[in-house]
Design a protein around this ligand. Structure first.
Ligand SMILES: *[C@@H]1O[C@H](CO)[C@@H](O)[C@H](O)[C@H]1NC(C)=O
Ligand SMILES: *[C@@H]1O[C@H](CO)[C@@H](O)[C@H](O)[C@H]1NC(C)=O
Ligand SMILES: *[C@@H]1O[C@H](CO)[C@@H](O)[C@H](O)[C@H]1NC(C)=O
Ligand SMILES: *[C@@H]1O[C@H](CO)[C@@H](O)[C@H](O)[C@H]1NC(C)=O
Length: 254
């Protein structure tokens, strides 16, 4: 130990004059360059950690409680009509209403104050195929009938849900041909070796526009809901509006 420290001393003494010569190499005597910056090195002991943990817990518990309470005020009715087009088609709405069958997958999540209630009947659906309809978008229709077990408060929102649809998938996002979209003549060979695979060509012809994005557009349309058993009068329609359903910033993009 003694030897070691003596040696160090002599080294330092030797080095000092040398450094004077090449003093342009010496880092400036600042806290940063000499690694003397102040640093906070917390010592984690049970005495400091436990109170911090409990204080943070007490602060956030009410926020969690509010979120649980808020979500218990919402009513959610989910109807899965995926298999609707495999049903025996009916010719018109009247025919369809007489041949409703139970929907295999559905879910009622009632608000907590009404949790004792039950839908009087499970959702039912029927398929209508009318190839003579001049409105091409209305040739295949699915009629869904479901019970609303109690009056719902505004606002009532209508969502659609797609399962196993990964819009952010790396290959999905790239699946278009920008040159083709600009109107350039892209050969079948170009498309087959481009990003559009696997929806680039069909029967040796180019697909316009090619790619998954253009060819997996969700194009179902939904009608307004009709109340079938009003307390008075004829069936009435619940009109949905498309106003005010998107943030301003999002809307300006399109
Ligand atoms: C809807 O039904 C289809 C077919 O029965 C099923 O594959 C799909 O997973 C269901 N979707 C949900 C969200 O349950
Ligand atoms: C929606 O897309 C499907 C699949 O591409 C197509 O068969 C159908 O005709 C389209 N429906 C409408 C209303 O455009
Ligand atoms: C596009 O290119 C193909 C051959 O790659 C050609 O047969 C076709 O006539 C071209 N179309 C136009 C509009 O130039
Ligand atoms: C639903 O009702 C609204 C408001 O009356 C109307 O603008 C909209 O076109 C209706 N939607 C359908 C699909 O009929």
């Amino acid at each position: 130990m003694g030897l070691f420290s003596r040696k160090k001393n002599t080294d330092a003494a030797d080095a000092a004059p040398k450094k004077e010569k090449g003093s342009w190499k010496r880092p400036a005597n600042t806290a940063f360059k000499q690694q003397r910056l102040k640093a906070w090195q917390p010592i984690l002991t049970p005495k400091t950690v436990l109170p911090t943990l409990f204080i943070i817990g007490i602060l956030f518990a009410p926020i969690g409680g509010l979120l649980v309470w808020g979500s218990s005020l919402a009513t959610e009715i989910t109807v899965n009509y995926t298999d609707c087009d495999t049903l025996t088609p009916a010719a018109n709405v009247q025919d369809a209403r007489n041949n409703l069958v139970d929907v295999p997958h559905f879910n009622y999540r009632l608000r907590s104050s009404e949790s004792g209630k039950q839908p009087s009947q499970n959702p039912q659906y029927a398929f209508i195929q009318n190839n003579d309809n001049p409105d091409i978008t209305a040739r295949s229709q699915c009629v869904v009938q479901f019970d609303v077990p109690y009056d719902l408060d505004a606002s009532i929102l209508f969502y659609y849900k797609l399962t196993n649809f990964f819009q952010n998938h790396r290959r999905y996002v790239q699946s278009y041909d920008s040159d083709q979209l600009k109107g350039q003549n892209r050969s079948i060979h170009d498309l087959q070796n481009g990003n559009c695979k696997p929806v680039a060509t069909t029967n040796d012809r180019a697909i316009y526009p090619c790619g998954l994005i253009a060819n997996s557009l969700f194009n179902d349309t939904f009608s307004n809901l009709t109340l079938l058993n009003p307390s008075a009068g004829s069936p009435s329609t619940y009109d949905f509006t498309a106003n005010g359903i998107a943030w301003n910033g999002e809307r300006k993009k399109y």
